[in-house]
Design a protein around this ligand. Structure first.
Ligand code: SF4
Ligand code: ZN
Length: 297
């Protein structure tokens, strides 16, 4: 059923599922991502990756009675695309036992939807891309909603492909010194983030979702083509197809180059949120968009 090109394995659906779930559990253990008594906020956008993560982590978490999971969803306000995803998330979670679902929206936190600031030209006039606004504010929103849900850690569905794309983007911006991606780093005032799919290629997440009838979205984000990530994704996908295993090699190479620096956090001068800079990135973006302050809840 599945040919794993980088290892030469040919797998039936049962063995594919088993090896897939085992690798996620091994990734969690290898990087000490989770503790036995964590309250894990799983970032569920409603896309197939996040629902697949919810499914796998719920199975792993079942073995740890002192831990609990909560699904957290950020609604950026992208009509049709995010509405469909949220519907998928709600349907999926409603069929699970004991999984709480906590949602928050850009509208509630920042006073506008992403559509508002893109469609009326504010994003263009500020000289930023919709994905930059979306990514930075979603990060802040996730932190807020995870704290509201009493979470001790946030798990995101970033795959091996996402992590390598991020490293490439950081490199092209001359920013290679950042912390390794998806590794638990406890910083005062911030909920640590982990990426249990960090060693799992995107196409395997797609296959897992397909096999387990996780719904796929029929709409794509209308702003997706505007991103630098998109260009890098296309390049890496083509490269991996021609040279299987490239993504793993790239991950290892990048992580050898990264020199994690101890980050001292201070309070953002505008909103008071913990940040490594004078003004946090969320406030910087909101400043560009002529919004004065980020309400921290
Ligand atoms: Fe947000 Fe860009 Fe992703 Fe759309 S493609 S959800 S705008 S980050
Ligand atoms: Zn701030």
């Amino acid at each position: 059923m599945y040919f794993r090109a980088y290892s030469g394995e040919r797998l039936c659906s049962k063995c594919f599922t088993k090896t897939f779930e085992k690798r996620v559990a091994r990734t969690v253990a290898k990087y000490d991502m989770l503790k036995y008594n964590d309250r894990i906020a799983i970032a569920v956008s409603g896309g197939k990756d996040s629902l697949a993560l919810l499914r796998v982590l719920a199975k792993i978490e079942d073995r740890f009675p002192a831990s609990s999971i909560v699904a957290v969803t950020v609604d950026e306000g992208i009509s049709v695309y995010r509405d469909e995803a949220i519907k998928h998330a709600e349907d999926f979670i409603s069929k699970m036992d004991d999984v709480e679902h906590v949602k928050v929206s850009f509208k509630e936190l920042f006073g506008f939807t992403l559509d508002d600031v893109v469609k009326n030209g504010i994003v263009d006039r500020a000289g930023v891309k919709p994905c930059t606004v979306c990514g930075i504010l979603r990060r802040r929103a996730l932190d807020i909603v995870a704290k509201r849900a009493g979470a001790t850690v946030i798990a995101t569905a970033h795959t091996l492909d996402d992590v390598v794309q991020t490293y490439f983007m950081n490199m092209l911006r001359g920013d290679i010194d950042k912390q390794p991606f998806g590794i638990r780093t406890e910083l005062d005032g911030l909920v640590p983030r982990v990426a249990p799919f960090k060693l799992t290629p995107e196409n395997e997440v797609v296959m897992y979702a397909y096999l387990h009838r996780i719904p796929f979205q029929s709409h794509v984000c209308p702003y997706a083509r505007t991103s630098m990530r998109d260009m890098i994704r296309n390049f890496l996908t083509e490269y991996e197809e021609n040279y299987p295993g490239t993504l793993y090699t790239a991950l290892t190479s990048f992580e050898k180059l990264i020199k994690p620096s101890s980050m001292l956090l201070q309070k953002c001068e505008v909103c008071g949120a913990p940040t490594g800079r004078k003004i946090c990135r969320a406030c910087e973006i909101l400043g560009c968009l002529d919004v004065e302050e980020v309400p921290i809840k």
